[in-house]
Design a protein. Structure first.
Length: 320
């Protein structure tokens, strides 16, 4: 009986590995969109646990099955989005700034936000699902604030707001993007605070997949077009996509991803919660930077009580 179970689990692992490989490495096609969404947004640790179980049953596997296990784990490495980076970058402290982006919806707690600000003392915060949070006393050291449509930009430095994009274009509410220009040491820096359309509709109704995917194509294209005309660009926020998403790879992979560049280990930024249960999800919150920037450090911070985790990065620029 146990041998039959192991054989079944092996074939399940094989099929999942093939599906992951096709999703990550094959070009996106209309016929595979729904399949890609299921693979990209499923809890990824389940696949690794399955591989670990097969490894524990190594002595019961056939020779071919044993030889294929390293391939399963290699696929798992790419699927889990593990960061392994060596060495540190020394920044020009005159130009260095610390950024934090965080989606603070779904139950973020005010005391935890206050601790975050006091402990990390960021220069700029880019917040999503933030409401009227800028009124908190903890932001008294931040004289420059802009909060509209659930997006907040809070800064120690004076900035100019250039434009907002309304979520009504995706049949939503509030704003999904806000663009700013800030001057640091006589250098103009262009910053976008973004919250891309959610994919939740897909898992509530599979018939929505094409509509949701089209909205995400539009949003990604707009941000890429805006950034391509600027220098000293920072794009931060809740992208609702991982680095293995085909849209990310097509439109955004040319920018430096802070966590991908200098992060270490597992860096999931959202938990999947269902009826009181919570499991680690994937990395959908990012800080992207144009080539003019150097990145000293980046990390995913402690939860604020919601389903997303903040992302911090300390960077400097060498552009003009």
């Amino acid at each position: 009986m146990i041998n039959k179970v192991i054989k079944l689990l092996y074939w399940i692992a094989l099929l999942i590995a093939l599906a992951i490989t096709i999703t990550i490495f094959a070009p996106a096609t209309e016929h595979l969109i729904l399949w890609q969404y299921v693979i990209l947004f499923s809890p990824r640790y389940c696949y690794v646990f399955l591989c670990l179980f097969l490894l524990a049953m190594f002595h019961k596997l056939s020779r071919v099955q044993r030889y294929s296990l390293p391939i399963f784990f290699l696929v798992g490495y790419f699927y889990l989005d593990i960061q392994i980076n060596f060495g540190e970058v020394t920044l020009n402290n005159e130009n260095a700034i610390t950024l934090i982006t965080a989606n603070i919806g779904e139950g973020a707690k005010q005391p935890k936000i206050e601790v975050l600000i006091k402990f990390y003392n960021p220069d700029i915060l880019l917040l999503q699902e933030s409401g009227h949070i800028s009124a908190l006393k903890v932001f008294k050291e931040y004289p420059f604030r802009d909060c509209k449509g659930n997006l907040c930009f809070i800064s120690k430095y004076k900035f100019t707001n250039k434009e907002y994009l309304d979520s009504a274009m995706f049949s939503g509410y509030g704003k999904w993007a806000a663009f700013y220009e800030i001057e640091l040491n006589k250098t103009k820096v262009n910053i976008a605070n973004i919250h891309f359309p959610s994919v939740r509709k897909v898992f509530n109704n599979f018939n929505e997949v094409n509509n949701v995917h089209e909205n995400r194509i539009i949003a990604t294209g707009i941000i890429n077009e805006w950034a391509s005309t600027k220098s000293n660009v920072i794009i931060a926020g809740d992208f609702n996509m991982s680095v293995s998403d085909s849209l990310y790879r097509q439109k955004l992979s040319s920018y430096k991803n802070a966590i991908s560049s200098v992060g270490h280990g597992f860096n999931t930024t959202v938990d999947y919660k269902y009826r009181g249960f919570s499991v680690p999800g994937i990395r959908v919150d990012h800080i992207l930077l144009s080539k003019e920037f150097n990145i000293e450090k980046a990390r995913v911070l402690e939860t604020l009580g919601g389903d997303h985790y903040p992302v911090l990065s300390k960077v400097s620029f060498n552009g003009h």
